[in-house]
Design a protein around this ligand. Structure first.
Ligand SMILES: [Fe+2]
Length: 292
C-alpha cells in the first residue's frame, strides 16, 4: 500500500495522509522517508501517539539526541530522557517544565553551531493556545535557486560562522559568556552553500542571523552581504506557515530548512514534545569544477 502525500507549497512541505505513526511498517517508512527527502518538511495530522510510540518512530530515523542542558536543567519528558518538552507550563513552584516560554523564536536551524549538527528534528503537538504559536519553515534549496547567478558564485566560495552564544529566543546558552562580536564568539564556520548529503541537492546553510559572520570579511561587509542573503532565505515564496492542531507531527530536515515561531498569549498553554536525530554529516560544500 502506498502512502498518500500532498505538497503544501511548490517550495517545500508535504502533508502525508493515511499513515499511523504508531504502527508503521518498514516499506511505509521508506516511502515516508523518500517524501521527506524531496519536500524537506512533512506534516502528519491526527496522530494518536504515546510518548513511547513517538520515541520509537523518531528512533527509526537514527540515534536520538538528548535535550540540551539549559540554565534550568534538561527539560525532558518524564520517563523519556531523549524527548524534549517545548512548553510555557510551570510547576507549582514556578519552575518552567519546558523550554522556550511563550515568546517569539527567530529564524534558525537547530544547533548549527556544532561541527556535526542534527540532521532531523520533529515536533508532536500535545496542547495548544487558541491563537498564535504557529511554526514557520523556509526552504533553503528554493532560496538558493531564487538567487542571481553572480550572488551564488560569490557566496559559494565563502563560509559563515554559526554562533553558539544565543538560543532562538535570544537567551544566552548555559556556560557561554555573552559576546556580540561574531568574529570572537563561540561557534563553527560552515560553507554557506552545502549539499544535502543524502540527495546531493545544493542548499543554503545559514544557521541564524544574530551574531552570524561571513568569515574573512569585515563585520560591516559581512552584515551587508548577510542582509542580502537573508532577504532571499526568508522571502514569502520559500516559506510556509504551519498552524498546529493537537496530534500533529511535523518532521523537518535540519540541513535544508530554517524555522521560526510566533509568540502566543502568556495566559494560555502550548506544549509540544520534540525529538532530534543526532548529526550524521559534517555540512560540506558541493565539489566544484575549477575552470582550467
Ligand atoms: Fe528550533
Amino acid at each position: 500500500m502506498s502512502i498518500r502525500h500532498t505538497p503544501i507549497t511548490p517550495a517545500l512541505g508535504a502533508t502525508i495522509e493515511g499513515v499511523d505513526l504508531a504502527h508503521l511498517g518498514p516499506s511505509e517508512f521508506r516511502e515516508l522517508y523518500e517524501v521527506w527527502q524531496r519536500h524537506h518538511v512533512i506534516v502528519l495530522r491526527d496522530q494518536r501517539l504515546t510518548n513511547q510510540a513517538f520515541e520509537d518512530f523518531s528512533a527509526m530515523l537514527g540515534e536520538l539526541d538528548p535535550p540540551p542542558n539549559q540554565g534550568a536543567g534538561r527539560k525532558s519528558v518524564p520517563g523519556h530522557p531523549n524527548l524534549y518538552v517545548v512548553s510555557n507550563r510551570k510547576n507549582a513552584g514556578g519552575e518552567p517544565l519546558g523550554a522556550l516560554g511563550d515568546g517569539e523564536a527567530s529564524w534558525h536551524t537547530d544547533m548549527s553551531y556544532l561541527e556535526r549538527p542534527p540532521f532531523a528534528s520533529m515536533l508532536w503537538s500535545v496542547e495548544l493556545p487558541s491563537t498564535g504559536g504557529d511554526t514557520w519553515f523556509a526552504s533553503m534549496p528554493a532560496a538558493l535557486r531564487s538567487m542571481p547567478a553572480d550572488l551564488v558564485a560569490r557566496i559559494s566560495r565563502l563560509g559563515i560562522k554559526h554562533d553558539g552564544t544565543y538560543d532562538s529566543g535570544g537567551n544566552v546558552r548555559k556556560g557561554v559568556v555573552p559576546n556580540d562580536d561574531p568574529r570572537q564568539s563561540v561557534g563553527t564556520v560552515h560553507p554557506i552553500v552545502i549539499t544535502q548529503p543524502e540527495t546531493g541537492e545544493p542548499t543554503l546553510y545559514l544557521g541564524r542571523r544574530r551574531n552570524a559572520w561571513i568569515a574573512g570579511l569585515s563585520v560591516d561587509e559581512s552584515e551587508r552581504l548577510l542582509n542580502i542573503i537573508w532577504s532571499y532565505a526568508t522571502a514569502d515564496p520559500v516559506t510556509l506557515r504551519h498552524q498546529w492542531r493537537v496530534g500533529d507531527v511535523v518532521l523537518w530536515n535540519n540541513l535544508t530548512t530554517m524555522h521560526r515561531r510566533d509568540a502566543f498569549p502568556p495566559t494560555e498553554f502550548r506544549t509540544l514534545h520534540r525529538s532530534q536525530i543526532k548529526g550524521r554529516y559534517v555540512p560540506s560544500a558541493p565539489v566544484r569544477q575549477e575552470a582550467a
